[in-house]
Design a protein around this ligand. Structure first.
Ligand code: PEP
Ligand code: MG
Length: 870
């Protein structure tokens, strides 16, 4: 079997086999571009490691021979030496993660030969010292710093600032220093070019499994690759003088997407100098003045490559004595903003079609466009304190505050920009969370309370930062042995989960016209509807602005915390008689009605799905002495009685305790009040505007396990609706409604056929369905999921990306059985997965009708839904 191919000679070249760099070089060779001769050893050899089979070794020798013939130079020839670069290149680029060796083939003799042949002894010396340094570091594994120290000491001895200032004699001193260093650390430096080559190939293959590369693949979710390829290529030299140079360019700006060449280069330099930051590279446009002919040629190559690959290219080139050589071309990495602009403009230019443009967008990167973000350059200047989960994207900078009340109080007192730092948040914290610039928690996963609420608010949040120790009583956050208090600033990056000391600069987000265009195109292709999870006017408006087609989930309990409604909520919960409870409920009714009027008015013509009360009641109870005392006064009972009532509601396992529809079954008066508020709100809309159009009211019963629960609550709902309709002289024709359920428990999936007979719609609550199917508490999973991901138990956090083989099977079952029970049952999803691309793709395939997600995920969902359909 053949494993080594001269560039352009593989009969069926693929990225998987030749790697990204290899295929780019092969393609450029075929286009007739000036690519230095070379060959690729395929990714299929990576797993051999140092034990390359004899036939691969033979093929390498043959390729070297061909290289010698083509170049007219010879490996190890002291009069006309062939020098090569040995570079890695996997199918997916992993910038800077794997190894490269340049100038291979040099030793004392070939160096002399090179000096004579080029009549440039300084260049030969420079190349030799570069080779020793790279080979010594990459192949012989001697620390880079040790070489740098030698170089620095020679420079300082002769008062030289730049490497390029060193004379040939001074470079010789560096070479002697390097030789001593290598001898001391690892023994003799290999002089035989063939031995050098074999060692370098082994090292590059080996670098596939270095910890850095392994981590990079894990962090970027790169799986299914067999390894890196190795490219051996004749050297061309950018370090021969001022008519030579090397550079990196993009055919469009990778940060903004603006058309036109972008990049940088350095004269008299080799590749690593451009990125090393010792000398400041020049913008590529300056080349027009410094090397006008070469620049013209380079721009022609840029155009040709982009036209051919129909994508923005990331290009490496070298200029040797005015002659241009191409060393790499591949699709360039880009920001979300650039991706959107490039995709749209390429359609306008006729390079690609709309489908292709949509597929080019990484839907998950879209939130980048909606939040202000931290300046990447300034991040490097600041101290990284710790890393947690990127719970809700965006950037937040502010002083630390340790309780929600503290946030509210300090803001009221005139302070600005506070970051709420909590062990974890609870529903009580909602005001403070809303008022804070950002939220950081030491505990909790991606669907923890803090994360869900923050995403819903479009607020930056980093959750589960286990390195933080937060002491609310002492108003302290301790991390890495250092203590931070209420006057200290920190910065959160909600897109990466990073927590920085002090202030990092931000750059404002702009929603560009291109973004709007791509979203419009998404609507042309998607089949899935996209709704939003929202329960107040502000969020509902945001959602509509982003193109949501109604509300898929309004969590009514979130409405209980605004203003001083909580008092009435607590009265309702603590009431020991139905009459008292109803009295308290009557106080809540007008509030809820007003909330629903808001939701309806923002969503005229669109469906609005409202969920009946779901969380365990004790979540609303007073926890402090002062609050208990206040409740005792309000209710004219003793503090002891309040304490007793609160204690009696404690639950061991609240998430599978007295919650969801169970509340309504036991206290139907609660459901009755909520349903009345919904229907009265609808009637009010009609009274205000006789032409108001309802897109359909959906009353949703949560955490259903048994069809009888649905029957009981459906009865309560219909009875209440009919009562209100009779009072207000309204009809179902005027105010259409449906009563349906949330599917959040395995039993509901299994008995979906029966349930569908009494439920008009299903909405999959995949947060709870994941929790109950896997048996992992969604509030505690943050403790072990990171380890599970590291050990590859799951590829992605199942609370973030739907576990398709487990939870997904239950959804398939429920959809299928549900349709047996009711052929036109309408199905959606409203768990956090409804805004996650791979889960949306699943929802499309599973035949759901819509997804619902937090307002800021709506654009993501629109694009992901289009991608699923293309
Ligand atoms: C769910 O469980 O997926 C859901 C949407 O409900 P909540 O997150 O409010 O429990
Ligand atoms: Mg739920």
């Amino acid at each position: 079997k053949q494993y080594c191919f001269m560039f352009g000679e593989h009969p069926n070249p693929t990225k998987a086999i030749l790697g990204g760099k290899g295929i780019g070089l092969a393609d450029m060779t075929k286009f007739g571009l000036p690519v230095p001769y070379g060959f690729t050893i395929t990714t299929e050899c990576c797993h051999f490691g140092k034990d390359l089979p004899a036939d691969v070794e033979k093929q390498i020798d043959e390729c070297i021979k061909k290289l010698e013939e083509k170049s007219g130079k010879k490996f190890g020839d002291p009069t006309n030496p062939l020098l090569v670069s040995v570079r890695s290149g996997a199918a997916i680029s992993m910038p800077g993660m794997m190894d490269t060796v340049l100038n291979l083939g040099l030793n004392a003799e070939t160096r002399e030969g090179l000096a004579k042949k080029t009549n440039n002894p300084r260049f030969a010396a420079d190349s030799y010292r570069r080779f020793m340094q790279m080979f010594g570091n990459v192949v012989m594994e001697i620390e880079h710093d040790k070489f740098e120290k030698v170089l620095a000491s020679v420079k300082s001895k002769h008062s030289r600032v730049l490497d390029t200032d060193l004379t040939t004699e001074e470079l010789d001193e560096v070479i002697v220093g390097y030789q001593d260093l290598v001898r001391k650390e690892k023994g003799e430096f290999p002089t035989d070019p063939r031995v050098q080559l074999r060692m370098a190939i082994d090292a590059v293959f080996g670098s596939w499994s270095n910890p850095r590369a392994v981590t990079y693949r894990r962090l970027n979710g790169i799986t299914g690759l067999i390894g890196t390829a190795v490219n051996v290529q004749m050297m061309v030299f950018g370090n021969t003088g001022d008519r030579s140079g090397t550079g990196v360019g993009f055919t469009r700006n990778p940060s903004t997407g603006e058309a036109g060449a972008y990049g940088e280069y350095l004269l008299n330099a080799q590749g690593e100098d451009v990125v090393a930051g010792i000398r400041t590279p020049h913008p590529i446009t300056l080349m027009e003045q410094e090397l006008p002919e070469t620049y013209k040629e380079l721009m022609a190559v840029f155009q040709l490559l982009e036209k051919n690959f129909k994508d923005m290219q990331d290009i490496e080139f070298t200029v040797e004595e005015g002659k241009l050589f191409m060393l790499q071309t591949r699709s360039g990495k880009r920001t979300a903003a650039a991706a959107v602009r490039i995709a749209v403009e390429m359609v306008e230019e006729g390079l690609i079609d709309k489908e292709e443009a949509l597929m080019r967008i990484d839907a998950d990167s879209i939130p980048q466009l909606l939040f202000p973000r931290l300046d990447d350059a300034d991040k490097k200047n600041q101290k990284l304190l710790a890393k947690g989960l990127p719970a809700s994207p965006g950037a937040a900078i502010g002083k630390l505050a340790f309780t929600a009340e503290e946030v509210v109080k300090r803001l009221a007192a005139g302070e600005k920009d506070l970051i709420l730092a909590r062990e974890e948040t609870c529903p009580d914290d909602i005001e403070g969370m809303n008022a804070a610039k950002g939220i950081v928690t030491a505990r909790g996963g991606m669907t923890s309370h803090a994360a869900v609420v923050a995403r819903g608010m479009g607020k930056c949040c980093v959750s589960g930062v286990s390195a933080l120790h937060i002491d609310a009583d002492k108003q302290q956050m301790i991390v890495g042995g250092k203590t931070y208090g209420p006057n200290d600033f920190i910065t959160l990056d909600g897109s990466t989960g990073e927590v920085f000391e002090n202030k990092v600069q931000v750059v404002e987000a702009t929603v560009s016209g291109h973004f709007q265009t791509i979203l419009d195109w998404a609507n042309e292709f998607r089949r899935l509807g996209v709704r939003a999870n929202a329960e107040n006017r502000k969020d509902a408006m945001k959602a509509r602005e982003f193109g949501a087609e109604g509300i898929g989930l309004a969590r009514t309990e979130h409405m209980f915390f605004t203003g001083n409604r909580i008092i009435a909520v607590r009265e309702m919960i603590l009431a020991d008689q139905v009459e008292k409870r109803e009295e308290a409920l009557n106080k809540l009714l007008p509030y809820q009605r007003a909330d629903f009027v808001d939701l309806f008015s923002v969503n005229e013509g669109l469906p609005v799905n409202i969920r009946l009360l779901d969380p365990p009641l004790h979540e609303f109870l007073p926890s402090t002495k002062a609050d208990m005392k206040q409740m005792a006064e309000e209710m004219h009972i003793s503090v002891e009685k309040v304490e007793h009532l609160c204690a009696s509601m404690h639950e061991i396992n609240p998430m599978i305790g007295f919650r969801g529809c169970r509340l309504g079954v036991v206290y139907p008066e609660i459901s009755r009040m909520q349903i009345r508020a919904i229907v009265e709100a609808a009637c009010e809309c009609v009274e205000k505007n006789a032409n108001y159009k309802f897109g359909g009211i959906e009353i949703m019963i949560p955490v259903v396990a048994h069809v009888k629960e649905v029957e009981i609550l459906r009865e309560v709902a219909l009875d209440t609706i009919n009562k209100v309709f009779a009072e207000k002289k309204q009809t179902k024709e005027r105010i259409p409604y449906k009563v349906g359920v949330m599917i959040e428990l395995p039993r509901a999936c299994i008995t979906a056929e029966e349930i569908a007979k009494v439920a008009e719609f299903f909405s999959f609550g995949t947060n709870d369905l994941t929790q109950t199917t896997l048996g992992y508490s969604r509030d505690d999973a943050g403790k072990f999921i990171p380890v599970y991901l590291e050990k590859n138990v799951y590829e992605k956090d199942p609370f973030q990306a739907l576990d398709q083989t487990g939870v997904g099977e239950l959804i398939h079952m429920a959809v299928e059985r549900g349709h047996k029970g009711r052929s036109d049952i309408h199905c959606g999803i409203c768990g956090e997965h409804g805004g996650e691309p791979s889960s949306i793709d699943f929802c499309h395939r599973a035949g759901l009708d819509y997804v619902s997600c937090s307002p800021f995920r709506v654009p993501v969902a629109r694009i992901a839904a289009a991608q699923a359909a293309i």
